[in-house]
Design a protein around this ligand. Structure first.
Ligand SMILES: [Zn+2]
Length: 513
């Protein structure tokens, strides 16, 4: 049994490419890269890991259930062997629970292993790094930006991103997307030129902060000229865009598909977006950990989990497996390709409800989840009433490494308090960097106050809330089609069907108060 997976075989050229990339200055690299990308086949632009993964996935998606289970069992043994041998944190855990590769004779034997929690990683991320991966190949990543309790871990640079790109493209192409498609990207907030063209010309970013009725009209022409075929965004940002597109009557733009992720997609949002654009919506699920990817297929909206990427379990509050169709539990993932920081029975904090073992529509023998919830979608409100979704505040940099926990708090429009619970390593100079970074994400019209607190209280269910929103819910009494997952009134209420303008009218918040 090898130490690493079948896909982790980097050739000389991939390593050379990585090294060469560091030597060329950024601007030249991006211009030359754009020019090259314009004519190079997509698979050439990517590393060898992308090509191996993609060609395997094209075949394996139609494998029989037996073949898939056999593949998963091999991968599981491999990752458990690697973790138990090369990763100090797992060595300790496995010894304590008296388990190891020999404990696995069937896939379900994974249940004998202890879970990995976000607290484990936050307490000591270095403990879960494989000793065999060369330091210069380790890429530090943080996730959990929207939970306010960042978790740090490592990828193998280039390799893990290449794999993620393969899974992403496999999902996206189910609704007709190709790397050559012209797509509008609504996933980033940036100041200074609220439009940004990718160098190869087939991606146009519109800043989330430009999605209000005041700024949007100045970008209408550019969007129309670009003629987007696909929209990539969060459910909340695509809904905002759909409302603006309808209000400002963007004509001559034929959207073929909408691709969303990172937030719960509510039925009313789905209805509204498909009503405006009259196309398929592909909602996909993926963590920065890359331990699992899932999306709908050509015909169904249920989340098809790639069995080639990892193993999915649902656990109840006591940690027992949830098995029945329709039953819900916490999503627990074992990734098959995370060689830097392995994720074995990783508790994601997200919740899902089982669908079938096989999709009756497309025939793939992929386990499906009917729904995924738990990433509670919340908003901050700018002075002009613009709603800022929590996903826009997502932080994937190491900026919050010296912070144990943080939380946004709002009582009046345009005024936001950021509460920070410091780690002992916190340096005073960090505060200014955090302020700059967060202000940029907030996108203007917001005053930010940073406060340091002893502790950030959790909800009754022990969950950390990323945003505490004290503003009264707009549109209370509007159709119940837009339930807030937490069961509380939040600004989700303002997006209720039939109140199409609530999102973009600057005086909305004040009027309701
Ligand atoms: Zn299907």
């Amino acid at each position: 049994m090898g130490q690493t997976g079948v896909w982790y075989q980097e050739d000389f050229w991939s390593r050379l490419k990585c090294g060469a990339r560091r030597l060329i200055p950024g601007p030249i690299r991006s211009r030359a890269g754009g020019w090259l990308r314009a004519w190079m086949p997509y698979s050439w632009q990517m590393g060898s890991a992308f090509r191996s993964a993609y060609s395997l996935l094209e075949k394996s998606q139609w494998w029989s259930e037996e073949r898939i289970l056999a593949y998963q069992l091999d991968r599981l043994r491999e990752v458990v062997y690697h973790a138990g041998k090369n990763v100090p944190g797992y060595r300790l855990k496995f010894a304590e629970h008296k388990v190891g590769p020999e404990s696995i004779s069937a896939l379900d034997d994974i249940r004998r292993f202890p879970c990995l929690t976000k607290e484990d990683l936050r307490n000591d991320p270095e403990l879960y790094v494989a000793e065999t991966i060369p330091k210069e190949r380790l890429q530090y990543v943080t996730s959990g930006g929207t939970t306010g309790a960042p978790t740090g871990f490592y990828h193998i640079s280039q390799y893990n991103d290449d794999l993620a790109a393969a899974f992403r493209l496999m999902m996206w192409k189910r609704i007709g997307y190709t790397p050559r498609s012209r797509a509008l990207d609504l996933t980033a907030s940036f100041e200074g030129g609220l439009l940004h063209h990718a160098p190869d010309g087939n991606l146009l970013w519109v800043s989330i902060s430009a999605l209000d009725s005041r700024r949007f009209p100045s970008y209408l022409d550019a969007i129309r000229d670009f003629r987007p075929e696909f929209i990539i965004g969060f459910p909340s940002t695509v809904t905002l865009f759909a409302q603006l597109a309808r209000d400002f009557r963007i004509s001559g733009v034929q959207i073929r598909g909408v691709i969303t992720a990172s937030e719960v997609m509510h039925q009313a949002q789905r209805r509204y977006i498909s009503e405006v654009f009259r196309c398929r919506i592909l909602q996909w699920y993926g963590l920065a950990e890359y331990a699992g990817f899932a999306s709908g297929c050509e015909h169904s909206d249920e989340y098809h989990f790639f069995p080639e990427c990892g193993h999915v379990e649902l656990l109840d509050a006591q940690g027992s497996p949830v098995m029945e169709e329709g039953a819900t539990g916490e999503i627990v993932l074992t990734g098959f390709h995370n060689w830097a920081t392995p994720f074995i029975r990783y508790r994601t904090g997200d919740r899902g409800a089982w669908g079938k073992r096989r999709c009756g529509w497309c025939g793939r023998n992929y386990p499906t989840l009917k729904e995924i919830s738990g990433r509670i979608q919340e908003f901050l409100v700018a002075r002009n009433g613009r709603l800022i979704p929590s996903s826009a505040l997502n932080v994937h940099s190491g900026l919050f490494d010296q912070v144990w926990c943080y939380q946004f708090y709002q009582e009046s429009p345009g005024k936001v308090v950021l509460n920070i619970q410091k780690k002992p390593s916190y340096e005073a100079s960090t505060t200014e960097s955090i302020r700059q970074h967060v202000l940029e994400r907030l996108g203007g019209e917001v005053e930010l106050e940073i406060r340091f607190v002893e502790e950030i209280p959790r909800t009754q269910r022990g969950k950390h809330k990323f945003i505490v929103q004290k503003l009264p819910a707009v549109g209370r009494g509007s159709p119940a089609a837009w339930p807030s997952p937490s069961g509380q009134d939040t600004y989700l209420g303002s997006m209720g069907a039939g109140r199409g303008h609530a999102l973009v009218q600057p005086d909305m918040v004040n009027r309701e108060r």
